[in-house]
Design a protein around this ligand. Structure first.
Ligand SMILES: Cc1ncc(COP(=O)(O)O)c(C=O)c1O
Length: 392
């Protein structure tokens, strides 16, 4: 296989072999893996096989065939996330998990939630909805994503008050790739009896992560970004003690009130078991490389392209580069050049796909390579960027 199965960093990974295990990205150089990543071939094939199997006898083959593997899939995901298997919910994506948590927590008029302007828009939309419909009060924190951990913790702490019931946190900010000191923020919340929701859509499987160490109540992620599972898979982890008091988003068919069943895919209506059949090979592929190696490689790729591009006039990087939490995601802008235009030129003239992002006053282009990419891809990108900036 590719390397040993440990989570520790191992420099012997054959990255060229990893690259061959993925479908070639064409016609665009895909530097937007933070949105959704391609699955390795082994995952793609498992889905195709499962889909054909389902077609032969859908009812039986899905629900008493493929589903037999789900307890084992949950056990393996629990190992990756360091939680108990009976705290794991399988669903369709992180957006779904966010809504389950946001609308599921019991709150009364006047109860407050602390969010940040960097949180995922549909999470903020969920909280706004609770504010409009129920009178829950949303307190929004703002901070410079280049600020120190201490400053960020200070910003959250000063927004917390006695009426705060929930702290909503994003582990890796998807706009810029900044990783927040979430374990420390959860500790701060726990001391005050505040419920924590952690959006780990960008961090899970991109970097070593432990649900137990984060110490949150709700942990939400998709599996189609950094784990490489098929598009349409998400996971939520709910601390056992929160199960009974949390409402499910969709009415359950036959779930007991204090188990994860009421949030689980069984109770989300008919779902596509073929997509779930791709989770296990994705975990196997991921574990064979090791999450420590994956994170180190992604960090190295980000440092590689940012150093290469450093002499481009007016280039600004909006992501802290010299931290151990740096991963694949970063945001840049070029002084005096419209980012929307630059994105278009890169795509239309150079077949390079990066993502325009704007939040508040900050706008730029997000770059997110994945483990199937290499330095040569980033040479192509930086060369294209140099030319695009010159002629923009
Ligand atoms: C931080 C964050 N949260 C939530 C989501 C939503 O994820 P999904 O597409 O799985 O619903 C994303 C997607 O990019 C994200 O980056």
């Amino acid at each position: 296989m590719l390397a040993d199965a440990s989570c520790e960093r191992n420099t012997d990974v054959d990255w060229a072999q990893v690259r061959k295990s993925y479908p070639a990205q064409q016609p665009l150089l895909n530097l937007n893996n933070a949105a959704v990543s391609p699955p390795p071939f082994v995952v793609e094939q498992a889905v195709i096989d499962a889909y054909r199997f389902i077609s032969k006898n859908p009812d039986v083959n899905m629900w008493t065939g493929l589903d037999l593997k789900l307890p084992d899939i949950k056990r393996r995901l629990a190992t990756l996330a360091d939680c108990d298997a009976d705290e794991v919910v399988l669903n369709r994506n992180a957006s779904e998990g966010l809504s389950v948590a946001i609308f599921g927590v019991q709150m009364s008029t006047g109860d407050r939630v602390v969010v940040s302007s960097w949180d995922y828009p549909s999470a903020l939309g969920g909280w706004q909805q609770r504010q409009s419909r129920e009178g829950v009060v949303v307190d929004s924190v703002t901070f410079d994503p280049l600020a120190s951990d201490e400053e960020i913790i200070g910003a959250y702490s000063s927004a917390i008050c006695p009426a705060t019931r929930v702290l909503h946190l994003t582990h890796m900010i998807h706009w810029t790739g900044r990783v927040l000191p979430v374990a420390r923020l959860c500790a701060l919340a726990r001391e005050r009896g505040i419920i924590t929701i952690v959006d780990a859509a960008q961090s899970f499987a991109q970097m070593p992560i432990s649900f137990r160490e984060l110490g949150c109540d709700f942990f939400v992620t998709s599996l189609h970004k950094w784990l490489g599972a098929p598009v349409g898979n998400g996971m939520m982890i709910i601390k056992r003690g929160r199960l009974r008091e949390t409402w499910p988003l969709l009415a359950s068919f036959d779930a007991t009130p204090d188990t994860v069943d009421k949030f689980d895919h069984w109770n989300l209506g008919t779902y596509n078991s073929a997509l779930q059949a791709g989770i296990e090979p994705a975990i196997g592929f991921h574990q064979a490389i090791g999450v420590g190696n994956i994170h180190a490689r992604l960090r190295a790729l980000t440092r590689y392209w940012t150093r290469l591009a450093a002499d481009i006039d007016g280039l600004q990087i909006h992501t802290p580069l010299e931290t151990e939490t740096l991963g694949a995601v970063s945001l840049f802008s070029v002084d005096g050049i419209d980012a929307v235009h630059l994105e278009r030129v890169l795509r239309q003239s150079f077949s390079v796909h990066v993502k325009y992002r704007r939040v508040g006053q900050l706008e730029g282009l997000r770059v997110s390579p994945h483990i199937y990419m290499n330095e040569a891809d980033l040479d192509v990108f930086v060369d294209a960027l140099r030319k695009a900036v010159k002629y923009a």
